[in-house]
Design a protein around this ligand. Structure first.
Ligand SMILES: CC(C)(COP(=O)(O)OP(=O)(O)OC[C@H]1O[C@@H](n2cnc3c(N)ncnc32)[C@H](O)[C@@H]1OP(=O)(O)O)[C@@H](O)C(=O)NCCC(=O)NCCS
Length: 190
């Protein structure tokens, strides 16, 4: 018997732009969201929402023309996401930038490179749609996320002293930006 038959198989990590959510995918996405909220990283949610509220939230994301939802899967099971929000049509001055949010991976699926893949796929999608800059913000207490963003070249441009409130604690926020289109970088004054 070869050694490879004794080793546990490496889980398969994938990321895709969501075009629809089957009922099973919706349940997996809601389970992953619950797990992230309970772990303290639920993109704004502090208490677990009722399942129907969560489902309505994700259905809303899927139907909004200005949102792009990315799904992370481990062995096919949806376990994390991030979202891009495109600028409003009237916002011509900021028509080149998108906002990235709702970026989490369920605790059981962490450490497989999925968060990095989510950001890389989101960046490629934003670039392919003609955007040049991604902006995002994060609680100062989310150290793993901060490490991730900085390792991918996101530049800290500001902090917010009263960014979030968890229980009685006010938490600072960090604001990041990244130029994803090298052509924009060339037009920047030196
Ligand atoms: C941040 C988070 C998305 C990382 O998910 P993940 O799939 O485990 O991350 P990856 O395996 O892709 O790791 C990518 C990088 O993130 C950073 N990172 C991940 N876990 C980390 C940890 N526990 N401590 C420090 N850095 C960490 C590292 O830079 C890592 O790169 P490396 O593996 O080369 O060292 C996940 O921990 C999470 O969901 N946290 C709570 C939600 C959150 O903070 N979201 C951001 C709000 S916008």
């Amino acid at each position: 018997m070869s050694d490879s038959r004794l080793k546990p198989l490496k889980p398969v990590a994938t990321v895709e732009l969501a075009t629809s959510l089957s009922p099973g995918e919706m349940q997996d996405l809601c389970d992953a969201t619950d797990a992230a909220i309970e772990n303290g990283g639920g993109f704004g949610w502090i208490k677990l929402p009722a399942r129907e509220i969560l489902e309505r939230y994700w259905q809303g994301v899927m139907t909004m023309p200005q949102r792009r939802l990315f799904l992370a899967r481990l062995d096919g099971v949806v376990c994390g996401t991030c979202q891009l929000t495109l600028p409003n049509r009237n916002n011509e001055a900021q028509s080149f930038s998108v906002h990235l949010s709702a970026n989490f991976v369920a605790p059981w699926a962490r450490g497989h490179g999925l968060a990095r893949m989510l950001l890389e796929v989101a960046e490629k999608q934003a670039l392919s749609e003609g955007f040049s800059v991604i902006n995002l913000d994060v609680r100062e207490s989310q150290e793993a996320a901060i490490q991730l963003f900085e390792s991918l070249g996101y530049e800290l441009f500001g902090t917010h002293p009263y960014y979030a409130k968890v229980g009685d604690q006010i938490i600072r926020g960090r604001y990041y930006t990244k130029i994803i289109d090298p052509a924009l970088a060339l037009t920047m004054p030196s």
